[in-house]
Unconditional design. Structure first.
Lengths: 99, 341
């Protein structure tokens, strides 16, 4: 693991509800009333998250379906996760850093 | 429209009932009824909202010990009466409705109810007594909660008892917990086929169908839809906040969503304000429908169809609870912006 990296735990906001449709995944926040629609790769990543797959497994699966090196898959995954944090789909649990 | 709960007890035990679970969850099993003062406050609300109809629900509304007085007070304000009943009503309630003309009141009798107790013969006698005496005031209702439903006997009943020449059809919908019986969306098209066939048969007796909420466009083929239109069926693919007002002043979007999508009645609010408030609460869930295909369906996209019952739709949503440990750069953490609420 990169030295500049540090393990953090990301928790989903507790009020989020989701349903999988034929060509999209719909997420709803009861608290804010906001909704989000995920399609394609994002919907796939979300489905793995809901199956409680660990980060390494998700990155590995992503690497397989993208036919790309694991480092690139991790990069793509981080971009998605970061975007979700910024949009309020995911929230970072404070004080969850690991040694 | 707004429905007023005036009784939280019922003398039937229907497997598809969406109110029983809510009422049973309340503390104590003692029956509760609306007080006369609270009823007057509800009538004030209806007047503020410009509504000319008083719609009484329960439980079984006719079990209210002061039912005739409630009717009298509603009529004193020149309101039309609509009673949702199973038809097993006490004599004094029956007698009070008998005094009203068919223009002044509609008694919507749900015909496929299930008994708590009592012999079948006796139950039939009680029901027939109500139908005979109320005649043209009666609109028959039927809740479809399984595929082997049989509507044919309703035609004979309408003709024998001189009821209104219409049948109000409802699709039994799930509560959020799904504890009641309801028709699975996969069965809708088969139900649609049977409904269209029955509409054709009923039309020969000059009887038409009226759809309650929760029907969806895709449960009928184009040909079946033509049949329904030709036979005068009141078609609608609706799911809107009905406004069911409970004894404790809670206002539900509708009973299947009781406890989840609700607000409170105040002395100043009106139906439009309450409906807007409840609509906002559920707006995001409207993106979906009862099936996986709803959100990409042309009928939903063009808003011809709402995508079915909202309670059914909301049952498709799962709560997301997971933890993910991820290795991320420190600046990734630090630079994140505030979460937009």
């Amino acid at each position: 693991m990169n030295n500049a990296m540090q393990e953090r735990k990301i928790l989903l906001t507790s009020d989020l509800h989701w349903a999988r449709d034929l060509d999209r995944t719909i997420l709803v926040s009861d608290e804010s009333g906001r909704s989000f629609i995920l399609r394609g790769l994002e919907a796939i990543v979300w489905s793995w998250l809901t199956l409680a797959f660990p980060y390494s497994k998700i990155a590995s699966l992503l690497s397989t379906i993208l036919e790309s090196p694991i480092s690139e898959a991790e990069f793509r995954l981080n971009v998605i996760l970061r975007q979700w944090v910024e949009n309020g789909l995911l929230t970072i649990e404070e004080n969850a850093a690991h040694d | 429209m707004t429905n007023l709960v005036i009784s939280d007890t019922c003398n039937r035990k229907c497997p598809y009932c969406f109110a029983e679970e809510y009422f049973d969850s309340k503390i104590g099993k003692k029956p509760h009824f609306i007080t006369l003062d609270a009823f007057e406050a509800r009538l004030d609300f209806l007047e503020r909202s410009g509504m000319s109809e008083v719609r009484l629900i329960g439980g079984e509304p006719s079990l209210h010990p002061q039912f005739p007085e409630l009717i009298r007070r509603a009529r004193a304000r020149d309101k039309r009466i609509l009673v949702f009943t199973n038809g097993f009503m006490p004599e004094k309630a029956l007698a009070s409705l008998e005094t009203l003309s068919p223009e002044e009141c509609t008694v919507l009798v749900n015909m496929n109810t299930s008994a708590k107790s009592g012999s079948r013969v006796n139950r039939q006698w009680v029901l027939e007594r109500a139908l005979r005496r109320l005649g043209l005031r009666v609109l028959l209702g039927f809740s479809i909660y399984r595929l082997d439903f049989d509507l044919d006997p309703l035609l004979k009943i309408i003709l024998n008892f001189g009821c209104r020449k219409a049948i109000r059809l409802g699709l039994a919908q799930p509560t959020l917990s799904g504890q009641n019986q309801f028709l699975n969306a996969r069965q809708y098209s088969m139900a649609g086929q049977r409904i269209a066939r029955f509409a054709d048969m009923a039309a020969k007796e000059d009887i038409h169908l009226e759809f309650d909420c929760g029907f969806v466009r895709c449960m009928f083929t184009d040909d079946q839809l033509i049949t329904l239109r030709r036979t005068g069926t009141d078609i609608g693919w609706r799911c809107n906040p009905i406004l069911d007002i409970d004894l404790n002043q809670s206002v539900f979007h509708c009973f299947p969503l009781a406890g989840r999508i609700q607000t409170l009645l105040s002395d100043t609010c009106d139906a439009t304000g309450l409906r807007d408030k409840l609509s906002t609460q559920v707006e995001s869930y409207r993106l979906a429908g009862i099936c996986k295909t709803c959100s990409s369906c042309q009928f939903k996209r063009t808003e011809e169809c709402t995508g079915g019952c909202l309670a059914y739709t909301m049952r498709r949503f799962q709560s997301a609870q997971f933890t993910l440990e991820i290795p991320v750069p420190e600046d990734w953490i630090e630079s994140r912006g505030p979460i937009d609420q």
